[in-house]
Structures are given as C-alpha cells and as structure tokens.
Design a binder for this molecule. Structure first.
Ligand code: ATP
Ligand code: MG
Length: 254
C-alpha cells in the first residue's frame, strides 16, 4: 500500500508518518519511507544518522527517463523496492528511507522537477503484499496541484481540532478526491477530549479514522533528538491502531 501523509504546516505530519512507519514494521511490513518535505526531518525521527549522505530522489530523474532504453533490474518496467539503487536510500531492518530533494534556499524556486520524479517513481513502483510506502508530504495544498498523489492508495489528512487546520484539511481532501485518490482519511492529532473529537467530526463531516492524543513522550524524544521508535505511550498505541485500520481497508486484513 502507498500512503501519503498530508496536512497544514505543523499539524504533526512527520510525527505521524514516522510513528506509522514504526507501527507497520512492528506488524511485519517492509516499509519504504519517503521524505518529500523540502526541509526533511524524517531521517532524524526514524533514527537514521548520516542522513546527508543519501542521494535525493530528485537525482533519479535521468535514471527514470532512461529506464526504457537500459538493461538491469532498475530499468524493468515496474521496479520493486529492492531494485532501487542503494545510494538513494538509508536502510535498517525492514525500513528504507528516501529523501525527495535537497534543502532549498530561500527563494530557490519551486520543487516541480522533484515532484515529477516522485510521481513517476510512485506510479512505477510495484509493491509486494506486506510492503508499504509512506510519504511525508510538504505542508499545505501546493503539491496536490502537481498531482503528485495520483499514484497513491490512501491520503491521510492530519488535522488538529482548530478551524485553520480543518479548513486546510477539507481543501486537501477535496483535491485528493478530484485526483481520484481511492481512499482519503482524516487523522486527528492533539485530540484531548471527546469534545475535540466531536468538534472535528462535525466540522469535517466525517469521523477521523484514528485520533492521536498529545503525548509528552513524543515531545521529549523530539527535543532530545531521539527516534520516535522508542515511544511506548499513547501515540504509539494510536499509530498501531492506524496501521491496523489501513491494513484492514487497503489490504483486506492481510
Ligand atoms: N501527538 C503529539 N503529541 C505531542 N507532540 C506532538 C504530537 N504531534 C506532533 N507533536 C509535536 O509537534 C511538533 C510539530 O510536529 P511535526 O514536525 O510532526 O509537524 P509537521 O506537520 O510535520 O510540520 P511541518 O509542516 O513543518 O512539516 C513537533 O515538535 C512534534 O514533536
Ligand atoms: Mg514535517
């Protein structure tokens, strides 16, 4: 299953993407995490040191373009995760991480070429069962205009119980539906009470698939620069539930 995590800036996309990767690993999945944010943090949250050594996917452009004319596993029509060249990824048991692009300078222009490469990669990549791709998207709605998510099985729209976040979430959900993403789910974050949950459901017009509470342990790990895989509290429990719901919905429970 190919999953994109979207939402307004700062709502918890990277946190939830990282926790979801760990939860899927725990459930026996092989996971490819893709950090599509131009200022990437996923490597740190997943506990990869030396993140700067990885070659960004953006540099895969020529490989993908030349794919049809060359030999070798990567050039097969639908590469598997294992066919992707190692220089583009960091790896530990069952988990691979790719980074979309290098950090952009202020005023450094748009990420269109990177987004094109990402879309092409996502649509070509052939997944086995028990393999998952989790993409941590750039904040906001801009990338949807570029149809990056058209090859995605499910968009998770992370939303907090306040109006600004909800408006962006609804906009993203509409765009994802326009792009015919087959499954669009809201995921609540920093949901503290039944009142928060009811407010979200009412304003979104749908219940969040899963809601994450505020979890002090997540804040502490983030502040200490420690991987979120060490979390044992309520956010981890919510991530396991999210992984289970997604498996049930996207893979018929397999
Ligand atoms: N459930 C939670 N409990 C406690 N802290 C959280 C929770 N979710 C997110 N945070 C904290 O909120 C901050 C922002 O989270 P995060 O970086 O995941 O957001 P983001 O949506 O990826 O932001 P950006 O748009 O900048 O990429 C981080 O410090 C993170 O540790
Ligand atoms: Mg982020």
């Amino acid at each position: 299953m190919k999953i994109a995590v979207c939402g307004k800036g700062g709502v918890g996309k990277s946190t939830i993407a990282a926790l979801l990767c760990e939860a899927l690993l725990e459930k026996g999945f092989q996971v490819l995490a893709i950090d599509a944010d131009p200022s990437p943090h996923l490597a740190r949250l997943l506990g990869f040191a030396e993140a700067e050594k990885v070659v960004p996917i953006a540099e895969m452009k020529d490989l993908l373009a030349a794919r049809a004319e060359k030999d070798g596993p990567f050039y097969s029509l639908n590469p598997k995760v294992d066919d992707l060249p190692e220089k583009f990824m960091l790896e530990r048991d069952g988990l691979k991480l790719m980074v979309l692009g290098a950090v952009r300078e202020a005023g450094g222009g748009c990420a269109c070429p990177e987004q094109t490469v990402l879309r092409r990669l996502l649509s070509l990549l052939l997944l086995q069962s028990k393999e998952a791709v989790v993409v941590d998207m750039e904040a906001g709605v801009e990338h949807f205009g570029r149809a990056t998510v058209s090859a995605i099985d499910a968009v998770l729209v992370v939303v907090q119980p306040y109006r600004g976040s909800i408006e962006t979430a609804k906009q993203i959900a509409r765009m994802a539906e326009d792009l015919r993403v087959p499954n669009v789910y809201f995921v609540g974050n920093l949901v503290a009470s039944q009142e928060d949950e009811d407010f979200l459901s009412r304003e979104l017009g749908a219940r969040p698939l899963v809601s994450f509470p505020r979890d002090e342990e997540i804040l502490r790990l983030e502040r200490q620069g420690l991987p979120l895989g060490e979390a044992r509290g309520p956010a981890r429990a919510a991530a396991l539930k999210l992984a289970e719901e997604l498996t049930k919905r996207l893979q018929n429970g397999t």
